[in-house]
Design a protein around this ligand. Structure first.
Ligand code: DLL
Length: 438
């Protein structure tokens, strides 16, 4: 197995050589930020790291983490390491709370990003003759344009349809014969649903691969999407602060997301104590840019929870693999003192065969007591069939949840299509304690 977008010399590099390459690239990056970003000059001076003398990768641990607040405090352009005349693109977060985070790219950064996405798509089994329906949102969000450039670089045909207008997505898929779908996993489900309503039989469609990410999704959700769309569903991860999509991606083995370690240095830390953890432990993922020019970040703490595995993958790639991210530390719900991740609920729920994969977690505090409801849809048939028995069915699901999660969750079965569908990142939790409204 080889091709221009399987970069054998980097992707299957022995780990010792990889570490040497990382040390040398990290040194260049530290010099770049030291000379060009006031914030990092002060940081490195304060912690006594001299970038010109930097040799050992382990010394990175002397440098404090960069956080989202650092980006916000330096809004909009304070962390740029290049003049605007060298910046060719800006992306930013929606900024619903506080200042948005702004990120930038030089021409080389855009080329590198395209190259990494081309590599990811190739690893996911996408080839030059594929027709890619890119249903990630185009705009300030990095999903649309990020995938777009890589898909073109691979030489595939891209349909830049962006998110939304689902009936049109279906028409395009049918008429243009899309073979690859790129979007969030929740939107993929919605496309499957509307497709079925419009008479599409996915068993007879050329669609064969989905490249889904931008939000957490469980293995159980993967099986559901694969069955409904009759495809192989691949997980892609990334964050705008570090590049956008393509920081890591699964290969066809679907056994962990390969971090592009020739461009990003990855660490895992205890989210509470912020101390580094050994490979194989679950913790928060931290990334350092090794080659980015416009806005490299040093030890960016992502708040994403995962695990690392540095064994060579059966595909031959040596880069560390991230386990499917289970969510963000800030997604964790504390219900009557118990920590619960929405992904744990999804995992249990998706194993119940009569329910639909559409759910919403509603948290509230009533009379000083936390309450948690789980709204789940059931199909028309099940709804009609179990109408006299809904309560029994609800308690059966409640028992399964209790057995795994250890708290009482009040399950409310809902009629089909009553839970909001997502066209981008799904909102799975309404926390009324924080002022969310349904
Ligand atoms: O979501 C970049 C992206 C676009 C990734 C398209 C994949 C596909 P942001 O909007 O900055 O960037 O959001 C980044 O989304 O820190 C994670 O919490 C979450 N996330 C992204 N990919 C995954 C994934 C894009 N595969 C934040 N699994 C990250 C779980 C993910 N969470």
């Amino acid at each position: 197995m080889s091709g221009i977008y399987r970069e054998e010399q980097y992707e299957t590099m022995p780990r010792e050589d990889l570490r040497k390459l990382q040390a040398q690239r990290l040194k260049n990056t530290l010099i770049n930020v030291y000379e060009n970003v006031k914030f990092y000059k002060k940081r490195l001076d304060d912690c006594g790291v001299n970038p010109y003398k930097f040799e050992n990768l382990e010394d990175i641990e002397k440098i404090p983490f960069t956080t989202k607040d650092d980006l916000r405090d330096n809004y909009p352009f304070g962390l740029f390491a290049r003049h605007m005349s060298d910046i060719v693109r800006i992306h930013s977060s929606s900024g619903t709370t506080g200042n948005p985070t702004v990120v930038s790219y030089t021409k080389n950064d855009i080329a590198l990003w395209g190259n990494l996405i081309a590599r990811d798509l190739y690893g996911a089994g996408v080839r030059k003759n594929d027709i890619i329906q890119n249903s990630y949102g185009y705009g300030l969000f990095t999903g649309g344009l990020g995938l777009h450039y890589g898909a073109e670089m691979l030489g595939a045909t891209v349909i830049p349809v962006s998110g939304g207008l689902t009936e049109r997505q279906i028409k395009i898929m049918r008429d243009y014969g899309s073979t690859v779908l790129c979007c969030t996993p929740s939107y993929a489900l919605h496309i499957a649903e509307i497709g079925k309503e419009n008479g599409l039989d996915f068993k007879n469609m050329p669609l064969r691969i989905g490249v889904f990410g931008a939000e957490p999704w469980t293995e159980e959700m993967r099986s559901e999407i694969e069955a409904r769309l009759n495809i192989q569903a691949i997980d892609i991860y990334g964050l705008s602060e570090i590049m956008g999509p393509g920081v890591s991606c699964e290969c066809t083995e679907k056994n962990g997301l390969h971090v592009a370690e020739d461009h990003f240095y990855v660490e895992i830390i205890d989210p509470a104590t912020k101390k580094p953890l050994p490979c194989g432990s679950q913790g928060e993922i931290v990334f350092t840019s090794l080659t980015k020019e416009a806005m490299p970040l040093i030890r960016y703490s992502t708040r994403d929870l995962s695990m690392l595995d540095n064994h060579t993958c059966s595909c031959g790639r040596t880069h560390v693999r991230m386990k499917k991210p289970m969510g963000r530390t800030d997604d964790m719900l504390i219900i009557r003192g118990v920590n619960v991740f929405p992904s744990q609920i999804e995992e249990v729920l998706m194993k119940v065969k009569e329910i639909e994969p559409h759910y919403l977690i509603v948290v509230d505090r009533i009379n000083y007591m936390d309450t948690i409801e789980l709204w789940v849809e059931v199909s028309e048939d099940v709804f009609a069939e179990k109408i006299n028995d809904l309560e029994k069915f609800e308690s059966a699901i409640e028992n399964k949840l209790y057995a795994v999660i250890g708290i009482g969750i009040d399950v409310k079965l809902k009629e089909p299509k009553t839970i909001m569908r997502s066209e981008g990142k799904a909102k799975r939790v309404i926390d009324k304690r924080k002022g969310d409204v349904i």
